[in-house]
Design a protein around this ligand. Structure first.
Ligand SMILES: NC(=O)c1ccc[n+]([C@@H]2O[C@H](COP(=O)([O-])OP(=O)(O)OC[C@H]3O[C@@H](n4cnc5c(N)ncnc54)[C@H](O)[C@@H]3O)[C@@H](O)[C@H]2O)c1
Length: 282
């Protein structure tokens, strides 16, 4: 089956980047979110991001216009009946994603692949919420999607080799590099990244250093391009907490226990960049 129409669900930080790269690669993209303001904002962010590529001479204005014309938005998934491939990028919550996959399964054509951009939730569990677990897989894009080359590809227990091949080929078409990971909590990327971010937050809580000092140590001493607290703000502190909860529950190991300061900041609505306040002010 040739993939022509792609559905992207969730128009937040990740969904709008994912919609952008598919539209730019020539796919007809339907971006769905329950919140109309998020769809309006996503359209604006995509136009702005493509505009920057044009300014830098990396993209022709005509190609930007063509990409924008391939992008449509909707507030309900029943608009995805014709999609050949779907990428889900809603909140990092297993119940919400499971319910969405069950609904999607009833709407999207049988042969279509349903991919999740989840950072940590079991792909096997999402597959089991559908009648097509062989066609459910993880397609974990990195933030910011238009710039980051990696896509971590997660094979659920029942995902077929054919589905993995189709999805990996699709990554290459998008100009990305697919790397496969098994279906364990946090896969490869967040199993390694989140404990570091969590430890940096413990260091703030215990007064080992200020956020600025901790980020500077990791940048200047470890050659990281961005300090862990800047990165946490960039990812979203609510997303970091959700991932750490999945690691903690999934492995049952106290070493993944989310830092109480992180929990408190999320409860206070300090979610990082997207809320204007996190370890830094934006
Ligand atoms: N933020 C990151 O750096 C990052 C990186 C890689 C993967 N991820 C993963 O991507 C997913 C999305 O993360 P995000 O940071 O873009 O979140 P976000 O909070 O920025 O956006 C989530 C969007 O989903 C929408 N939404 C919620 N429930 C919905 C539903 N049932 N149907 C349609 N839309 C719905 C919300 O309105 C919101 O616009 C998560 O699974 C997250 O773990 C995030």
């Amino acid at each position: 089956m040739a993939i022509k129409t792609v559905g992207v669900i969730g128009a937040g930080t990740m969904g709008n980047g994912i919609a952008q790269v598919f539209a730019l690669a020539g796919f007809s993209v339907r971006l769905v979110d329950v919140a109309q303001p998020m769809l309006d904002r996503a359209r604006g962010s995509i136009a702005k991001s493509l505009g920057k590529f044009v300014e830098k001479g990396k993209l022709a204005a005509a190609d930007r216009d063509a990409a924008m014309s391939r992008l449509t938005t909707a507030t309900a998934i029943d608009q995805l009946g014709e999609a050949d491939y779907v990428v889900e990028a809603i909140v990092e919550n297993a119940e919400a994603k499971g319910a969405l996959f069950t609904s999607l399964d009833a709407i999207v054509k049988r042969e279509a692949i349903l991919a999740s951009n989840t950072s940590s939730i079991s792909i096997t569990l999402l597959g089991a919420a559908t009648k097509r677990p062989d066609r459910v897989l993880g397609m974990h894009f990195m933030n910011p999607v238009p710039l980051m080359p990696l896509v971590e590809m997660i094979r659920g227990h029942a995902t077929s080799a054919e589905s993995m091949r189709i999805a990996s080929d699709l990554c290459v078409t998008l100009g990305k590099t697919p790397i496969e990971a098994a279906d364990y909590p946090g896969f490869i990327a967040n199993r390694i990244l989140m404990p570091m971010i969590n430890e940096a937050i413990f260091a703030v809580m215990e007064g080992v250093g200020t956020p600025e000092a901790i980020d500077a140590v990791m940048k200047l001493g470890m050659n990281h391009p961005m300090g862990p607290l800047t990165l946490a703000d960039f990812i979203g502190l609510d997303v970091c907490l959700a991932i750490l909860d999945v690691l903690h529950d999934g492995f049952g190991d106290p070493k993944y226990r989310p830092c109480p300061l992180l929990r408190r900041m999320v409860a206070a609505g300090q979610l990082g960049r997207k809320s204007g306040r996190g370890f830094y002010t934006y």
